[in-house]
Design a protein around this ligand. Sequence first.
Ligand SMILES: Cc1cc2nc3c(=O)[nH]c(=O)nc-3n(C[C@H](O)[C@H](O)[C@H](O)COP(=O)(O)OP(=O)(O)OC[C@H]3O[C@@H](n4cnc5c(N)ncnc54)[C@H](O)[C@@H]3O)c2cc1C
Length: 384
Amino acid sequence: MLSALTDDQIQIRDLIRRVAKEQVAPRANEIDRSAEYPQDMFDLLRQLGLFTLPFPQQYGGTNSMVSACLAIEEFGRVCYNTAYLLLLQWVPFGAILAGGTEDQKGRFLHGLASGELRGAISTTESQSGSDVAGIKTRATSVAGGYSLTGSKIWCTNSHIADFVLVAAKTTDDKSTGSINLFIVERGSKGFEVGRKEEKMGARGVPSCPLFLDDVFVPESNILGESGKGFKVVMEAFNKSRPLIGARGVGLSQGAIDHASEYIQNRVAFGQKISDFQGIRWMLADMAIQTEAARNLVYKAAAMVDAGAAGSDLAPIAAMAKCFATDTAMKVATDAVQLFGASGISNEYPINRYFRDAKVLQIVEGTNQIQRNIIANHMLGRPAR
Ligand SMILES: Cc1cc2nc3c(=O)[nH]c(=O)nc-3n(C[C@H](O)[C@H](O)[C@H](O)COP(=O)(O)OP(=O)(O)OC[C@H]3O[C@@H](n4cnc5c(N)ncnc54)[C@H](O)[C@@H]3O)c2cc1C
């Protein structure tokens, strides 16, 4: 697949690989340790003009999901949190591009592209994460718009976001059909962002609870048609799923980089541990799994670029997310093993990879949910 990359894609990958090595890698441990939002990394991505990379050229992008995956992979190889910053800009951009009105595109997309605006998305509530249909936040129709009341948890980037795409139900219907996304702007009366979670991974970008008490959202801030907005946006998320897989591939590759270096320097029983066959085979297996994940991710991304959507795309996108992030967990676990006790010490970066890999198996639809999508497709059952 690598040989199938275009010259432009190779150029993007090589540029980002260099920037990641020279400017991002030296900051990665400190971002993780301090658990502080890396504004300097956001500024770097902004200067590089990467906030529209997967999107159409009219917005300054490459219109290429493969290019976007390459960027996420290269940043994720050295710093999970910096790669995450890109995704946090792309997800609201993609949602508004897919489901927004011309007015909303005009008001939000330029700012997201330039980095003047930041967004977040919030579906998860304390009683329902995977089971999105179980959300209780309610949107009640009032003159000129809706009033939102409810609470959310785990909303990443909300501490800094200028707006949050909040999922709420417009009726008591128990399906996702009654869910819409509402653009809730920072400073709206009754809207509050709570204290950040103490996290073991993804530490550089805070996740916070949200409290909504009779928050007025004008008609002009409802994303998509009533009852359809959520589905349109979910389809957009389907298309961005290869990006989550790319985070897994980058993380795996980074763990391999660190482990390869370590085993060639560590000596036991009078020889480098890289000379033990058992160690070499472990390293080879890590490379095999990572390469397999990379190819599945690139395939799913190439399908997006070729216009695949709906049930043609969903199972492959789910496989890419699931396999690449399970691989990241496996490879990071093996990498820690290769470091021995040093793998547990905070003196070495490898336990950061292990902690971040665990997050990837849970976010953006857990890997059990991805398996449900795949099996439902195989058995011809509707997605739940
Ligand atoms: C770092 C981080 C950042 C996050 N950022 C955001 C964000 O920005 N916005 C947002 O809305 N949410 C966010 N989340 C929340 C995330 O989307 C949810 O945690 C995720 O969807 C799982 O929901 P849950 O935690 O409630 O687990 P549950 O849904 O309660 O699941 C618990 C376990 O049961 C399994 N399970 C559930 N249903 C099934 C089923 N049908 N079949 C098989 N197994 C099943 C799950 O896979 C999981 O292993 C974030 C989470 C983390 C950790």
